[in-house]
Design a protein around this ligand. Structure first.
Ligand code: PXP
Length: 251
């Protein structure tokens, strides 16, 4: 990547693998989706290698590392197995996400505050290997403080509760969630953390998030892969880029 955009779009290709795995075999190929996304202007590709390999596989990660020219954001649980895989591949970024119920807070992000010591030790070798370490958390000051203390460079704010409220037409919750996303993006930025956001974003829900000046990257998957069924992946990504840029420049 030559020039960094003010607001980057990371395209998550997990659900291309979900469709492939529904049938077995190799189609549709997540790597092909990644190449297309890259050609359509994605600033990065995101893939989550789950412990149960329900979508992305180890071979997919190898292929992405081999073929991508844009950075790979490797989403993983905080397990020894995933740490070894990340240290083998040394992706541009690793994003630590919860997979088990006990690892997550009520809004779906990683419980960092209760696991501070373990996570600090867990991410240290990843940082030493040159990976940017991101932590996927709710817009919660306690979790942001903990992410900062353990030495993460990036936090990704979980937008799921906000998106769910939008989908349910619950404007009170939507507005409350937006307010805390806004306040916590500013707070994290003031600590020197780079702020990303994602989960559940659509053309409808993305504008207020894209407009937050502290947010530097959005990671979007499920909706884009769904839209790709109707529009094709490239037009879906181009439209998302347009919606993000309009929202950003209006503020
Ligand atoms: N960011 C993180 C950390 C994720 O784990 C995911 C996938 O759940 C996303 C962003 C993308 O979410 P979605 O697929 O709903 O766009």
């Amino acid at each position: 990547m030559t020039e960094q955009r003010e607001l980057r779009l990371g395209v998550n290709i997990d659900h291309v693998a979900t469709v492939r795995n529904a049938r077995g075999g190799g189609l549709p190929d997540p790597l092909r989706a990644a190449r297309l996304a890259q050609d359509a202007g994605a600033d990065g590709i995101t893939a989550h290698l789950r412990e149960d390999r329900r979508h992305i596989t180890d071979a997919d990660i190898e292929g992405l590392m081999r073929e991508l020219t844009v950075p790979l954001n490797f989403e993983m649980a905080a397990t020894t197995e995933m740490q070894e895989i990340a240290l083998r591949h040394k992706p541009h970024a690793v994003c630590i996400v919860p997979e088990k119920r006990e690892e997550r807070t009520t809004e779906g992000g990683l419980e960092v505050a209760r696991e501070e010591n373990r996570l600090a030790h867990f991410i240290a070798p990843l940082r030493e290997a040159g990976c940017r370490v991101s932590i996927f958390i709710a817009a919660d000051r306690r979790q942001i403080d903990a992410a900062h203390r353990i030495g993460a460079e990036v936090i990704e704010l979980h937008t799921g509760a906000y998106c769910d409220a939008c989908a349910a037409g619950d404007t009170t919750t939507r507005d409350a969630e937006l307010l805390s996303l806004k306040a916590m993006a500013a707070y994290a930025d003031s600590l020197g953390l780079e702020v990303h956001a994602g989960h559940g974003l659509t053309y409808q829900t993305v504008p207020p998030i894209a407009a937050l000046p502290e947010v530097k990257e959005l990671n979007i998957g499920h909706f884009l892969i769904g839209e790709a069924i109707f529009l094709g992946l490239e037009p879906a990504i181009l439209e998302m880029r347009k919606v993000m840029d309009v929202a950003r420049s209006a503020h």
